[in-house]
Design a protein around this ligand. Structure first.
Ligand code: NAD
Length: 248
């Protein structure tokens, strides 16, 4: 099986760091042009610059995925710059962990706004371009937490579970136009998001993983590239875990 995404334009959100950055780099390796979207301007520009240096068509777009109008504006810009979009990876996500009794309204709202509404904003902004192409791939990055729940993450689990329901619904809406929509549910991946946990919590997570290690951003990116490929054209509406066996 050879994956070739030459001529395809991929939009990756949260692509300035962690899993999103790995996805952008891996998609570029198999020929895709990449729009690097992130709320953090400098990291996004550094990723885009790195790709341009290696001969890939890429550009950074500073954008807050939670902002509906910004998503519409950036979509217009990207479609103008690349001539159309074929692949969308909704990866941008945040955590604001707290036990329910201590969780503020803002902590709940922010997590839903970025992790769930952000995917709505971007999917709505880009699906017309995919409909016009009669080909598309949407990959949404959820989490095993959206399936299993986790004490201290009611906001995050709700957002990720919501993202799964959202994805299955649009998979049904868009299937007739040759657009697949799938969800990747990573387990415990070594990025800035998990670095901020205490050593004790990290150890507890790794102990609960049959493969006994944290995943790498590339572990997630490889599946994403496959789901964006022609080889995955008969897979839609699925939730696929990359978690070292954490949830089975
Ligand atoms: P990260 O914190 O390393 O990177 C997230 C990126 O998203 C950052 O570059 C950040 O600037 C960007 N971002 C945050 N808010 C944004 C916004 N409003 N608009 C645009 N960009 C924004 O996190 P990560 O670990 O790479 O996580 C990526 C995705 O994977 C998230 O959706 C996360 O929930 C999910 N995930 C991560 C893990 C893990 O263990 N790291 C596990 C399961 C799921």
């Amino acid at each position: 099986m050879e994956v070739n995404l030459k001529g395809k334009c991929a939009v990756v959100t949260g692509a300035g760091a962690g899993i999103g950055k790995a996805i952008a780099l891996e998609l570029a390796k198999v020929g895709a042009m990449v729009a690097i979207c992130d709320v953090m301007k400098e990291p996004a520009e550094a990723v885009a610059e790195n790709l341009v240096q290696s001969g890939v068509k890429a550009k950074a777009y500073p954008v807050d995925v939670a902002n509906f109008n910004q998503a519409q504006q950036v979509a217009e810009e990207i479609i103008k710059d690349f001539g159309g979009v074929h692949i969308l990876v909704n990866n941008a996500g945040i955590t604001r962990d707290n036990l329910l009794l201590r969780m503020s309204e803002a902590e709940f709202d922010q997590v839903i706004a970025v992790n769930l509404k952000g995917a709505f904003n971007f999917t709505k902004a880009f699906c017309r371009s995919m409909l016009n192409n009669r080909w598309g791939r949407i990959v949404n990055i959820a989490s095993v937490i959206g399936e299993m729940g986790n004490a201290g993450q009611a906001n995050y689990a709700a957002a990720k579970a919501g993202l799964i329901g959202f994805s299955k619904s649009i998979a049904k809406e868009l299937a007739g136009r040759n657009i697949t929509v799938n969800v990747i549910a990573p387990g415990f991946i070594a990025t800035a998001m998990t670095e901020k946990l205490s050593e004790e919590t990290r150890r507890a997570y790794i102990n609960a993983i049959p493969l006994k290690r944290a995943g790498t951003p590339e572990d997630v990116a490889y599946l994403c590239v496959f789901l964006c490929s022609e080889a995955a054209s008969y897979i839609t509406g699925q939730v696929i875990r990359v978690d070292g066996g954490m949830l089975m």
